[in-house]
Design a protein around this ligand. Structure first.
Ligand code: SF4
Ligand code: SF4
Ligand code: SF4
Length: 415
């Protein structure tokens, strides 16, 4: 049966007056907090009003939700890691978590590794066209738009356009794809991101499909029982009003999604084909040359939402890596690749953290896409699909001739 879809508007006057979008998501969150459905809301807020420093926050007072409204396209917060590291993985409280598709996918992969208690989480997914690294965004605003980045109060990515809204009430637009041809624009991983509508969250929310509406509204797809509870409670308690989308509205949303997904598929071909056309030895040489830039700062490991081992094999002198050797052995990136490659959700956090600008997402996403083909697996979208390199299915376990001897490895770990 297909999911229920609604065009949603806020009925909360404070929210409608203060929020430029429809305020539907904020109203649903407010209802969840005020009626005790959740103990807190995890959302993004700009740090001291700086749009380039969006940080994840835990909101427990409904009035504070207004600080988290609006999109921050030039911040790259690590929501899944925040929930896992700082909120005890949701094991101790019920939370509504608002995130982009890659954030929600990270949470789903962490649940498979028992690092998150997803039953306590209400996942509110937002459609996403991509994010821009803060330093690149400042450059675009200064050199391409000729404005002071501190004067930008909002930005939007729509169709081919990047639009900025200024303090003086004016707006300016530039062609995003042209900017990207110049090496500016969205992050590399966002350009390759093929999942734009997070239908694996409890609700998937966005403006696509609402363009013809007279007043701002949000298109919401209810994707689970928890999602149904969230939305129905907000309707019943009069926080939101809903109507069924027209057929045109649904088609428009699907078409917009397809345009962005096709672009990402094209970008993958541009980035990956030259590597896949190399011989194995040239390919290895290509990556080893990149690995030689590594200064073993551990930024990629620490930023990756999927990395979770408490005792990391990659710490110096744990057999794998000698202390004080830079660049580290290629085992450093290759071990991380083996550990998380099957679950990589293309979030880009590793590459953003890398001071040496290694093209880490190219490597991880390329491997992940190959594994997805081999194992018919898509990371972060289905809780019932175990990570293929960490899970043996019934058929695999029944193969008589396969014997996996892990005794030598466990001895090394225990040392
Ligand atoms: S990878 Fe980029 S485009 Fe994809 S969901 Fe994450 S932020 Fe959005
Ligand atoms: S390897 Fe990089 S892109 Fe993949 S999940 Fe980890 S941080 Fe995200
Ligand atoms: S972030 Fe970059 S430099 Fe640091 S350990 Fe990872 S690959 Fe090496």
């Amino acid at each position: 049966m297909s999911n229920t879809m609604y065009i949603v508007r806020s009925l909360d006057e404070t929210i409608s007056q203060r929020v430029e979008s429809s305020g539907a998501v904020t109203s649903i969150l407010k209802c969840a907090l005020e009626t005790g459905l959740v103990d807190g809301v995890v959302a993004i807020k700009s740090k001291n009003g700086d749009r380039f420093s969006g940080i994840p926050v835990l909101i427990t007072k409904p009035e504070d939700l207004l600080e988290t409204t609006g999109s921050l396209h030039c911040s790259i917060p690590n929501i899944a890691r925040f929930v896992k590291e700082y909120l005890a993985g949701g094991f101790t409280q019920k939370l509504a978590v608002v995130g982009k598709p890659c954030d929600i996918r990270s949470i789903i992969e962490l649940q498979k590794r028992k690092q998150i208690e997803i039953d306590n989480l209400y996942l509110i997914g937002l459609n996403c066209t991509g994010t821009i690294k803060p330093a690149i965004a400042r450059r675009i605003f200064r050199d391409e738009f000729n404005v002071d980045s501190n004067d930008v109060v909002r930005e939007d990515i729509d169709g081919d356009k990047l639009t900025i809204y200024l303090k003086n009430g004016k707006s300016k637009s530039l062609n995003l794809l042209k900017l990207e041809k110049k090496g500016l624009g969205r992050r590399d991983n966002c350009r390759r991101c093929e999942i734009k509508i997070p239908t694996f969250a409890d609700i998937a929310c966005g403006k696509w499909g609402t363009e013809s509406e007279e007043t701002p509204s949000t298109f919401i797809e209810i994707c689970s029982e928890k999602g149904k509870i969230l939305v129905e409670r907000a309707i019943e308690k009069k926080y939101i009003k809903v109507e069924k989308p027209t057929r045109e509205s649904i088609l428009l949303r699907d078409e917009t999604d397809k345009i962005w997904t096709d672009r990402a598929t094209e970008q993958r071909a541009i980035d990956f084909n030259p590597i896949m056309e190399m011989s194995y030895s040239d390919r290895l040489a290509y990556w080893v040359k990149e690995f030689e830039k590594c200064i073993k700062c551990y930024g990629c490991r620490d930023a990756c939402p999927i990395c979770y081992c408490e005792t990391c094999l990659l710490e110096a002198n744990r057999d794998f890596l000698e202390a004080g050797v830079i660049p580290p052995s290629s085992l450093f990136p290759l071990t991380r690749l083996a550990h998380v490659g099957d679950s990589c959700v293309n979030c880009g956090q590793c590459q953003d953290a890398c001071p040496m600008e290694l093209p880490l997402t190219k490597l991880f996403t390329l491997l992940n896409s190959r594994l997805s083909e081999v194992f018919d697996y898509k990371s972060g979208v289905d809780l019932d699909q175990g990570p293929p390199l960490n899970t043996a299915n019934v058929q695999e376990l029944s193969i008589d001739d396969v014997f996996l001897d892990v005794s030598t490895l466990t001895k090394r770990i225990k040392k």
